[in-house]
Ligand binder design. Structure first.
Ligand SMILES: *Cc1c(COP(=O)(O)O)cnc(C)c1O
Length: 408
């Protein structure tokens, strides 16, 4: 096994030399010639039974796609699992995990620890998949599990407030009940939940894996025995990842360690500066004193990550409106720094009282630190947080600020 950066560059590329190509081929075929239809039938049965690649033929792109399969192999190598199964979005991946672990097994109860991504929260609360969810705290997961529980769901660091959870402790409480850990914030660069007992390691590939804000996808890393049912669900529901998405996320993996490490360095710096700024009340980043009482950074996680959150003294909407460089948008893990207001956007559909109780107040902003120069991000955050008293200064300087952009 190679080291992380090497695996990120070389993973899932084993067959390229034999194909005589250097870049990842994008196979857009929806169907594949099957001269021997009986043999094709065996391949189809293999996929219907949850199998991975078949030597005879992919048969049909909803059953298998070689470009997507290379990405899955690379992601599995980074997460240290025997398999990975990709989907058309992170939410399609969450849905497939719930269907495989709760619907197929007839165990329609989920235990989840808030906060989690608002879309996942909404999916688990909506009843759409026929599951019922008990929300609890990380130390009381065992108490919430019943014989009907098919899945435990956690996120660490949590979206959006960067709460950290001791993965091994929750895995011990979950016992035989499958544990899904959303690893989107940490990425496999900083954390490998499967090694600590997670059954399913979930990523919204839309975020750091793709890394450039131009591809929607999801992926679940897990043991082969759990990958089979996920592939079956994917075939039946058609929640497939487009091969172009597989290509873009696979290409993104090569630079993932460098991007995460660079953005993380900037985030550590910004967290300290934000913490000292009079425009913030509370700053959440695992690097800050007191943010990691259980000492998980350096043990469970290899670093504090590049996501941070802070509450504002002023109306957060006004702060965001003043930003000139930082992109006011949902999503995260892109090359540019993104900011969003969870109560208004990503966590809007979580009931207000439950959202607040889980540590996501109405004045919290979430920041996904990008790859810009730290001083430029800071200048923008500083002026935006410095309030209405400096509005005149901002107005007069905003045209100067835009000038270099227009001239290039
Ligand atoms: C964005 C996100 C998801 C959902 O992923 P999509 O690709 O948008 O469907 C799930 N979990 C987390 C932590 C996310 O940030």
């Amino acid at each position: 096994m190679t080291r992380l950066r090497t695996t990120a560059v070389h993973g899932g590329r084993d067959d390229l030399a034999d194909l005589g190509v250097h870049a990842l081929p994008i196979d857009l075929s929806t169907t594949y010639p099957i001269p021997d239809q009986a043999e094709g039938g065996h391949a189809l049965q293999h996929f219907a039974d949850g199998g991975a690649a078949h030597t005879a033929s992919p048969v049909y792109s909803r059953l298998h796609n070689p470009t997507v399969a290379r990405f899955e192999q690379a992601l599995a190598a980074l997460e240290g699992t025997s398999a990975a199964v990709a989907f058309g979005s992170g939410m399609a991946a969450v849905t497939a995990v719930v269907q495989a672990s709760c619907v197929l097994t007839g165990k329609p109860h989920v235990v989840a620890v808030r906060p989690i991504y608002g879309g996942t929260d909404h999916l688990l609360s909506s009843g759409l998949l026929g599951v019922r969810t008990t929300y609890t705290t990380a130390d009381r997961v065992a108490d919430a599990i019943t014989p009907q529980t098919g899945l435990v769901v956690i996120e660490t660091p949590a979206n959006p407030n960067l709460d950290l959870i001791d993965l091994a402790a929750v895995a011990a409480q979950a016992g035989d009940v499958p544990l899904m850990v959303d690893n989107t914030f940490a990425t496999p660069v900083l954390q490998n939940p499967a090694a600590l007992g997670a059954t399913y390691v979930l990523h919204s590939g839309t975020k750091y894996l793709g890394g450039h804000g131009d591809v929607l996808g999801g992926v679940v890393a897990c043991a082969e025995e759990h990958a089979g049912p996920l592939r079956q669900v994917r075939i039946i529901t058609g929640a497939v990842l487009h091969p172009l998405g597989g290509y873009l996320m696979h290409r993104g993996l090569a630079t993932l360690p460098l991007r995460v490490e660079a953005a993380q360095r900037t985030a550590v710096d910004l967290a300290a500066r934000l913490d000292a700024h009079r425009g913030t009340v509370l700053v959440r980043h695992p690097s800050l004193p007191g943010a990691d009482p259980a000492g998980l950074v350096g043990t469970q996680m290899r670093g504090p990550g590049a996501m941070l959150a802070f509450t504002t003294r002023e109306d957060p909407t006004a702060v965001v409106r003043r930003l000139r460089l930082v992109t006011p948008a949902v999503s995260l893990g892109s090359v540019d720094t993104l900011i969003e207001h969870p109560a208004a956007l990503t966590h809007r559909l979580v009931p207000g009282a439950a959202r607040e109780a889980s540590g996501v107040p109405g004045n919290l902003l979430r920041l996904s630190v990008g790859l810009e120069d730290v001083e430029d991000i800071w200048d923008d955050l500083d002026q935006a947080l410095s309030g209405h008293c400096e509005e005149d200064y901002i107005k007069s300087s905003s045209s100067d600020f835009r000038e270099p952009v227009a001239s290039h």
